[in-house]
Ligand binder design. Structure first.
Ligand SMILES: Cc1cc2nc3c(=O)[nH]c(=O)nc-3n(C[C@H](O)[C@H](O)[C@H](O)COP(=O)(O)O)c2cc1C
Length: 161
């Protein structure tokens, strides 16, 4: 069995998440291909599942991610998939949280999920919402372990999506 982990990344944070996911797929004994959407829109058509991730910028996935999904859903319709994102961390202070709500509640991951599902990819309900400490990173502590756990849950549920 083989999976694709496709990601876009401007500062490297989403790439770290994608790499941790790919490592976990390998650790589970499966084959994996990483696709850096910023470098290529080419991807293998013979995988069994696909994970797609983007940084959140201005509440959106990147334009390149959108283009990638349009292409990928033609090939991966009917197969299982999952969405992931990076986004700013949620402030613990309620007032700060309130101020940020517009930016941090409306993010790339659910949009990736929706767009891929509209195109027929059988998307996992849960979206991995990885957080960065500040605008350019780094990732919040434990994010890579959470990314691996997400992959394990996805693989365990993949056949019933
Ligand atoms: C121009 C710009 C806009 C951003 N807009 C948002 C946003 O709307 N919501 C959010 O949660 N994070 C936002 N961020 C933070 C990004 O999500 C963060 O830079 C990203 O997780 C980094 O991922 P990358 O290193 O893979 O590029 C923004 C960052 C930049 C530079």
């Amino acid at each position: 069995m083989k999976g694709i982990v496709a990601f876009d990344s401007v500062y490297g944070n989403t790439r770290h998440v994608a790499e941790a996911m790919a490592e976990e797929i390998k650790a589970q004994g499966l084959e994996v291909a990483l696709v850096n959407i910023g470098q290529t829109m080419k991807f293998d058509a013979d995988a069994d599942f696909i994970l797609i991730g983007s940084p959140t910028r201005m509440k959106q996935m990147t334009f390149r991610t959108k283009r990638f999904i349009k292409k990928a859903r033609k090939v991966y319709a009917g197969k299982p998939g999952a969405a992931f994102e990076t986004k700013l961390r949620t402030p613990t202070d309620p007032t700060a949280r309130e101020k940020m709500a517009k930016w941090i509640d409306n993010t790339a991951g659910p949009k990736i999920r929706e767009m891929a599902e509209e195109g027929g990819i059988r998307m996992y309900d849960e979206v991995l919402r990885a957080e960065v400490v500040d605008t350019y990173g780094p990732l919040m502590p434990n994010t890579l372990e959470q990314s691996r756990e997400f992959v394990r849950r996805f693989l365990a549920n993949m056949n019933s999506i």
